[in-house]
Design a protein around this ligand. Structure first.
Ligand code: NAP
Length: 327
């Protein structure tokens, strides 16, 4: 395994493995035995960066989520896992009632929700301190100042180590960070967005985002990362939920001329290196100039093994240039 630093200040900095593991479906779609086996293998291989959320996976049973955090709590206790493993969680997108969704009934990002939901996540995970806590989705009803202060309070009290943000318009991330900086408060240092080698069209509206997807890392976000070298992009769904191996899973917003062009180069590089397309995608992200940590999902140990092997796949500068340029 290889490691990198997330966080920008001496107080918030943490070393994490260059490959993060998503626990979204653990405890719901993925049964406990398989989930524990994947988690054990990840840690055995040197993995130290696990991702969950207070709303995972509410859609699996029409509830409000929490199964993933609870499973991680049981796994931590049974394995004696301590501070060596960074467990990131999120709040803000938990449905307020069973049978509803974050699209129209999310808990949001008020100071009260931030305090109470973070405490419930600590209970489910069985930890005194959340290593990394993200704002999962935007809350346009609550003043940004209230959200910024709500998160910062938890850091100053010691119940959260590091702050992150996901699925927000970049102007909103910048505004929140500017408000925090002006007040001398800790701000978001880790940005979690969907990012893979294939790129979606950004002008396709979806439930939460009438102006087009804010969940995908687009040019604004990459430009922001370049300008703010302390930030880290945690790239969720880097394997496009299995679409590189099952093309029928590719969502409609990837149906444009750039997709076959990029797939062609991915396949060429896979052939040259003897690796799989999934591994080329992950190696391309891990070795990128910008600080990108791929956050993979796995529903079996075999899938995880394929992703772990990408950590040792070195692409040549020429292969990397071809992958960057394809469009
Ligand atoms: N911030 C957010 O809003 C957000 C949104 C989504 C996800 N996330 C986070 O990101 C994590 C990863 O998301 P993801 O599951 O979408 O990531 P992903 O890595 O793109 O997809 C993982 C899925 O791809 C398939 N897969 C993985 N390895 C494979 C292989 N070698 N061959 C064939 N198929 C393979 C599996 O699907 P099958 O099980 O169907 O085979 C697996 O569950 C989540 O657990 C969550 O923590 C965050």
């Amino acid at each position: 395994m290889r490691y990198r630093t997330i966080g920008t200040t001496p107080d918030t900095r943490r070393e994490v493995s260059v490959l993060a593991l998503g626990a979204m479906l653990f405890g719901s779609q993925t049964d406990e035995e398989t989930s524990f086996a994947v988690l054990d293998r990840y840690v055995e291989a040197g993995g130290t960066f696990i991702d969950t959320s207070d709303n995972y996976a509410f859609w699996a049973d029409g509830g409000q989520g929490g199964q993933s955090e609870e499973l991680l709590g049981r796994w931590r206790r049974s394995r004696g896992i301590g501070e060596e493993i960074v467990i990131a969680t999120k709040l803000g997108a938990r449905p307020l009632a069973p049978g509803t969704s974050y699209v129209d009934n999310a808990e949001g990002l008020s100071a009260k929700v931030i305090r109470e939901s973070a405490e419930r996540s600590r209970d489910r995970l069985g930890v005194a301190k959340l290593d990394l806590l993200y704002a999962h989705i935007e809350d346009q009803r609550v003043p940004l100042q209230e959200t910024v202060e709500g998160f910062a309070e938890l850091v100053s009290e010691g119940s959260v180590g590091l702050l992150g943000v996901s699925n927000h318009a970049i102007w909103r991330v910048e505004r929140a960070r500017a408000l925090a900086a002006a007040a001398g408060l800790p701000g978001y240092e880790v940005l979690q967005y969907a990012h893979s080698h294939l790129r979606p069209r950004f002008d396709v509206p979806e439930g939460l985002f009438p102006d087009g997807s804010l969940g995908h890392a687009g040019p604004d976000l990459l430009s922001y990362l370049r300008a703010e070298p302390g930030l880290t992009l945690v790239a969720y769904s880097p394997l496009l939920k299995g679409a590189y191996t099952h093309p029928d899973r590719l969502p409609a917003d990837f149906d444009h001329p750039g997709t076959p062009a990029r797939l062609t180069v991915l396949r060429e590089v896979a052939q040259e290196t003897g690796a799989t397309v999934n591994q080329v995608v992950l190696a391309w992200q891990i070795g990128a100039e910008l600080p990108i940590v791929p956050l993979v999902g796995a529903s079996s140990v075999a899938q995880l093994e394929e992703s772990l092997a990408a950590v040792d796949l070195e692409l040549t500068p020429e292969q990397r240039a071809r992958l960057d340029a394809a469009h």
